[in-house]
Ligand binder design. Structure first.
Ligand SMILES: NC(=O)C1=CN([C@@H]2O[C@H](COP(=O)(O)OP(=O)(O)OC[C@H]3O[C@@H](n4cnc5c(N)ncnc54)[C@H](O)[C@@H]3O)[C@@H](O)[C@H]2O)[C@H](O)CC1
Ligand code: K
Length: 500
């Protein structure tokens, strides 16, 4: 699903009005009706509801929502925040329609006009929407602050008032902190950026049948992975296939005290459909892997505690493997760096690079040019900062991410809430699955195993990253549903992986 910018959202509106065709006021009615259908599914008709409306079309939505909820007998109070002398046409039209059924519309010009808000009430925030062009100030700011202080449940229409759709807010901007955002048709970039979490709450999309052809051809680098899109990426298995069909992966993982990382990556790799797996670990990990992952072959490094790439049986020969995954638990010993240095030029196929392998790269940037094209790198934000440089906000981070992926022709999975997957062409796919329970030790090792398995089976790198990250997050969501996010372990995630 595409994520469009604010100008495209406006143009999409106009395109819908022109091509459907539909009168602007009727489109507003459709959007408001969609919101109301969502609202009645979530809050009973006894819910005391206060709607705060601005003077533009977001406010117009608010007035239409007020009327539609009153028609369904919700106890609704309407407040218009009078911050400017002019209202939009569709605001005025809905204002007139509302006045036909109630005289009781209140106006907020000064702080003393603000009502008291209680915990058992619901506030609908329709003050400012996608038309935001400057920080909230004056009475708008005072109203937003009052709503944020109140114990009431807050639902924002389209986007929290004060939050920009696709550009950074300043640290001191005043923005609604909703429990829910009910938006129209497509997600907004602001919704998927981790730092905006409290200005978005849980978000929901209402299909208002905006012009499909416009969406289909609108250029954008940003995508949001939907369940049906992820499922379409899944390769169907031929019943006459054999284990050779699904590749032979090599995982280079583990060091003394961190053999568990190798175990997790190996198990998830096997659970993700790889044909054959060899795990190369330091000698101290040999018996552990043999005993705990019997399905894998194990190759012992010549070194007791860290990876050096040497071996008493002749050393790993990555060129003979379909795919190499490196990083989980390897540490940053000089011998391991030397191994990475020797290894990279010998690999011609995309590989998976994680954890300390990324840290070694960031400390030896001359190696960037040696990374095989279309490899998948899986940094968390701190690792990505080491690979690049610090950023001021999520938008700058996104630019760095796209630049890095394009410059080095790699796929970068920036892990976090809505993990962002940047492609060598500069597109970004935001993931839709996962929960805070996944921020626990070992889940990154699991992802490395998953991605290595998908590459070994012949998935293209972007597809492997989008599908693998989605499936990994979904496994976390399944566990969170069953017994809550707290106490989830990386091993649970492996067990919950499903490929169907
Ligand atoms: N396709 C859709 O998504 C639909 C969206 N609808 C709703 O329309 C709004 C956008 O409406 P618009 O009139 O363009 O903007 P706003 O209501 O957000 O703002 C009105 C107006 O306010 C001025 N302004 C900007 N920043 C500030 C500020 N900080 N303080 C005061 N005033 C400010 C500026 O001049 C704006 O133009 C969208 O969010 C949806 O809710 C349609 O209803 C249907 C389809
Ligand atoms: K709003």
């Amino acid at each position: 699903m595409k994520i469009l910018n604010v100008d495209q959202i406006r143009a999409l509106d106009e395109s819908t009005i022109k091509h459907e065709p539909i009168a602007p006021l009727n489109l507003m009615e459709r959007a408001s009706m969609g919101f109301v259908n969502w609202f009645v599914d979530h809050f009973p008709a006894t819910t005391s509801t206060k709607i705060f409306c601005g003077l533009g079309n977001n406010g117009g939505d608010g007035l239409a929502i007020a009327r539609l909820l009153m028609e369904r007998d919700y106890p609704v109070e309407v407040y218009v925040v009078r911050y400017a002398p002019r209202e939009s046409d569709d605001f005025m039209h809905n204002h007139r329609r509302l006045k036909l059924i109630t005289e009781d519309v209140k106006y907020i010009e000064y702080s003393r006009d603000l009502p008291t808000l209680r915990h058992n009430e619901v506030v609908i925030d329709a003050i400012l929407g996608s038309g935001l062009s400057r920080p909230a100030d004056g009475i708008v700011k005072a109203t937003i602050e009052a709503i944020n202080r109140a114990p009431a449940t807050v639902v924002s229409v389209d986007i929290a008032s004060g939050l920009y759709v696709d550009q950074p807010n300043q640290a001191n901007d005043v923005i609604i902190e909703p429990d829910h955002t009910v938006s129209f048709q497509l997600p907004k970039l602001a919704f998927v950026l981790p730092k905006n979490g409290k200005y978005v709450g849980k978000w929901h999309l209402i299909d208002i049948q905006l012009h499909k052809r416009y969406i289909d051809i609108a250029p954008t680098p940003y995508y949001y992975t939907q369940p049906n899109e992820a499922r379409l990426l899944l390769h169907q298995r031929d019943r006459y296939s054999n284990k050779g069909t699904f590749g032979h992966a090599l995982l280079l993982a583990g060091s003394f005290g961190k053999i568990g990382a190798a175990v997790l990556a190996a198990r998830s790799c096997l659970r993700s459909g790889v044909g054959l797996l060899t795990v190369h670990v330091p000698q101290c990990g040999y018996s552990i892997i043999q005993a705990s992952v019997p399905e894998a072959m194990c190759e012992s490094d010549g070194h007791q505690t860290v990876l050096t790439g040497t071996s008493r049986v002749g050393g790993p020969q990555p060129v003979t493997y379909t795919t190499v995954g490196i990083g989980p638990g390897i540490g940053k010993a000089p011998e391991t760096l030397a191994m990475l240095r020797d290894l990279l030029p010998t690999i011609t196929r995309p590989m998976v690079i994680d954890a300390d392998a990324l840290n070694l790269l960031s400390e030896n940037r001359e190696l960037y040019s040696q990374i095989p094209q279309n490899s998948i790198l899986t940094p968390h934000p701190k690792e990505f900062e080491r690979l690049t440089k610090p950023w001021q906000n999520d938008y700058e981070k996104l630019d760095l991410l796209r630049d890095f992926a394009k410059t080095h022709r790699v796929v970068v999975v920036l892990k976090g809430a809505h993990s962002a997957i940047a492609t060598p062409t500069g597109d970004v796919h935001f993931n839709s699955t996962g929960n805070p329970g996944l921020s626990t030790g070992g889940t990154g090792d699991v992802l490395t195993g998953v991605l290595t398995a998908l590459l070994a089976q012949g998935y293209d790198s972007v597809e492997a990253a989008v599908l693998g990250v989605y499936a990994h997050g979904l496994a976390g969501d399944v566990i969170a549903d069953q017994r809550g996010p707290i106490g989830m372990t990386a091993s649970d995630v492996i067990d919950a992986l499903r490929w169907e």
